[in-house]
Design a protein around this ligand. Structure first.
Ligand code: GFB
Length: 397
């Protein structure tokens, strides 16, 4: 009886077609899953890895909430990692999310699907999207002195270039839209064309979180578990070099030392090399049992060697993760970034870089691990001038 009821329900869901729950196929031969409508998105190219992780959360929460309200015929397509500005080792090769994250865990929170799964499921070599909405900011977010949620279709426009590095993805219609508001407001744009099944948004970073910092936010964040192999590499490193085999370690202090563009253009926020060494030594003086320091950084080797020398001169043991060629080959710069983040997240005490999303993601990981927030929300200060305390975004369980 239950199979019969399921058949009736599925038959109703796809209108005239008869679908069999056992074989998971419909009369047309289409698999039941393929009936789902899909949301695709892309992020402004210069944005880095860790802001993109936040943009994912906004879309995943949008789909999670919709599913809860019975809108369960939609899935979110995970945009392959392609051509990231900061990733020098492998910019040209699009990487699936499974390289970095545990896909089953992502799926436990929201209906997500990898791009390559679409090609495998449909057995097609090309993909045609129904519509691409290119989102744009309003010139003045506070028109008439108030921040209002709104959107306005500007009209047809064009898209040049490939989608996520794939040359077999095309789109039928492109619309430019001014948009200001939360992610859930995108459903209003989607409703403009109820017959469309594949809808894409460019500039996915423009819509805002529906409820930043809420329990749902943290449930989503917790589901972003890393690829198990990356976790294993990080754990082995911690056990071998940092003398710790537990979830939370008492043996080392960690620092996220953001350099590159931060060192060049954010002199008022970040310290010099000597200033960094001094602040790390000052923190360690308050933790007399700790002699080991782990540094995660995008600094050049010569900068890192200078910092290392200053810290070893003060009697501390300095560690940083140097990936093998095979790790770089398999996981690229993104994988190495995650390994650095995992190692930082388990340290007894963490010091991050002001306003770096790389640091924010480590802080969240530490909140999930249950560290006292005083060990987490610490930052490197500039050598001189004001040093605002970092905001504490604590977990909601
Ligand atoms: O993730 P991300 O955008 O954070 O950092 P911010 C950019 C990239 O730099 C990361 C590398 O994806 C990494 O590849 N990186 C930074 C690191 N720190 C480390 C580290 O400690 N270890 C490793 N392995 N890699 C944003 C930029 O950076 O800051 C924007 O993406 C802009 O373009 C903005 O510049 C101001 O938030 O730090």
């Amino acid at each position: 009886l239950s199979i019969l009821i399921a058949n009736i329900i599925i038959t109703a869901a796809v209108d005239t077609e008869y679908c069999d729950i056992n074989t998971k196929t419909c009369d047309s031969g289409i698999e039941i899953n393929n009936e789902k409508k899909q949301i695709f998105y892309y992020v402004n190219p210069p944005e880095g890895f860790n802001l993109r992780r936040d943009v994912y959360m906004r879309f995943a929460i949008m789909l999670h909430e919709a599913q809860k309200q019975g809108k369960d015929n939609w899935e979110l397509v995970l945009p392959p990692w392609h051509n990231l500005f900061h990733w020098k080792s492998d910019r040209r090769v699009p990487k699936p999310w499974g390289k970095f994250f545990d896909i089953n865990s992502l799926k436990s929170f929201a209906p997500v699907v990898e791009m390559h799964e679409i090609f495998t499921k449909t057995k097609k070599k090309t993909l045609e999207l129904d519509i691409l909405y290119i989102l744009e900011n309003y010139e003045d977010a506070f028109e008439n002195g108030v921040f209002e949620e709104k959107w306005k279709v500007i009209g047809d426009c064009s898209h040049s270039g490939q989608f996520w590095g794939y040359n077999n993805v095309t789109v039928k219609e492109v619309l430019c839209v001014k948009f200001q508001g939360k992610n859930s407001k995108l459903w209003e744009l989607i409703a403009l064309h109820p017959q469309y099944k594949k809808i894409m948004f460019a500039h996915g970073e423009i819509p805002l979180h529906d409820s930043y910092g809420s329990k749902t936010y943290w449930d989503c964040r917790k589901s972003m578990k890393f690829n198990k192999k990356l976790v294993k590499i990080a754990k082995n490193y911690i056990s071998q070099h940092l003398d710790c085999k537990t979830k939370r370690c008492e043996t080392y202090l960690s620092v996220h030392w953001r350099r590159q563009d931060f060192a060049r253009s954010r002199g008022n926020d970040v310290p010099s090399i000597s200033g960094t060494a001094k602040q790390i030594c000052d923190a360690l003086k308050k933790l007399p049992k700790i002699k080991k320091v782990f540094i995660a950084t995008d600094a050049s080797m010569s900068e890192l060697n200078k910092l290392e020398k200053e810290l070893t001169d003060h009697g501390y043991e300095v560690h940083f993760f140097l990936p093998s060629a095979s790790i770089i080959d398999e996981y690229g710069d993104g994988g190495v970034a995650i390994i650095d983040q995992i190692i930082c997240s388990k340290a007894a005490h963490f010091i991050g870089t002001h306003e770096s999303t790389f640091t924010y993601r480590i802080q969240e990981e530490r909140e999930i691990l249950g560290f006292d927030s005083s060990t987490t929300f610490n930052r490197l200060c500039p050598d001189t001038g004001k040093c605002e305390r970092p905001s504490k975004w604590t977990i909601v369980n």
